[in-house]
Design a protein around this ligand. Sequence first.
Ligand SMILES: [Zn+2]
Length: 66
Amino acid sequence: MLAEEPLCRACLELGRTTASTRVDHIKPLSEGGTDDRSNKQGLCIPCHDAKSAAERTAARRDRQDR
Ligand SMILES: [Zn+2]
């Protein structure tokens, strides 16, 4: 998977070139995402951590709204 996407996708969008070291689920498994290749992307550790933190915050907000 990382061999297919050797560069962090989030960094590329910002014009940065960073090696991807984590396989990220674009839609988290906890939110019904699949384990298919189409739902995976390569990210570097800082981007993966930031995305995970944002997803946790969003999940908390969802629960409070209900
Ligand atoms: Zn990155």
